[in-house]
Write a protein of this length. Sequence first.
Length: 226
Amino acid sequence: MQAVEFRKTLFIPNAMSGRSGKSVSQRERVVEALQQEILNGTRHPGEALRQIPLSELYEVSQGVIRESLQSLSQQGLVVGTARGFAVRSFERQELVDAYRVREVLEGLAARLCCRKISHDDVDTLRELAEQIYAARGPRSRSKRSDLEYRFHQAFLSLSGNETLMRVSVGYRFVGNLVVTERDADQLRSEHLAVVEAVAANRPAEAERLARRHVALSAESIVNCDR
């Protein structure tokens, strides 16, 4: 299967009623720290997450660790096991399924951007597309991973639709896992085509092109190693 790299995502705390401010603050700190370690690959898929070592590492109670791991489980980053929790592993079909969700939501985001995007935003997106192209090749995979995340995340943020951004959290981790080894020139063309459709305020075209771009990436996952 293609190389898989973890990317940074947004931390969205889950409010827990009946907890003290100190307890919630500790939990959020641990959740964010573990989240980043999982997303940047420091903790690998399948790795066990033990409460005692984690409580010692982060200098919090095992109860805080347990709540943190439960929160990460709700985000889809960890899974429960017979002995506790472990970093989640992903099958190819799960990645493909996430890309199908991503296709719909990012298509909608591109459509909504048409009504809101500024000239400076367009320039930023064009620059990101060119930076992604410049980072082509296996040696720049990590850099390209981060740039591609920023490019796609920008459309969600610029859409101005908070509900869309919240809904996207569920697929964002899985859907942004894979750094697809597609043709760099084709990717650049697809990225810029979406940007130009948004800049020209053509919502139907922007949505179609954004969905096509994500669908082609999903297809590359299906066909890899065949």
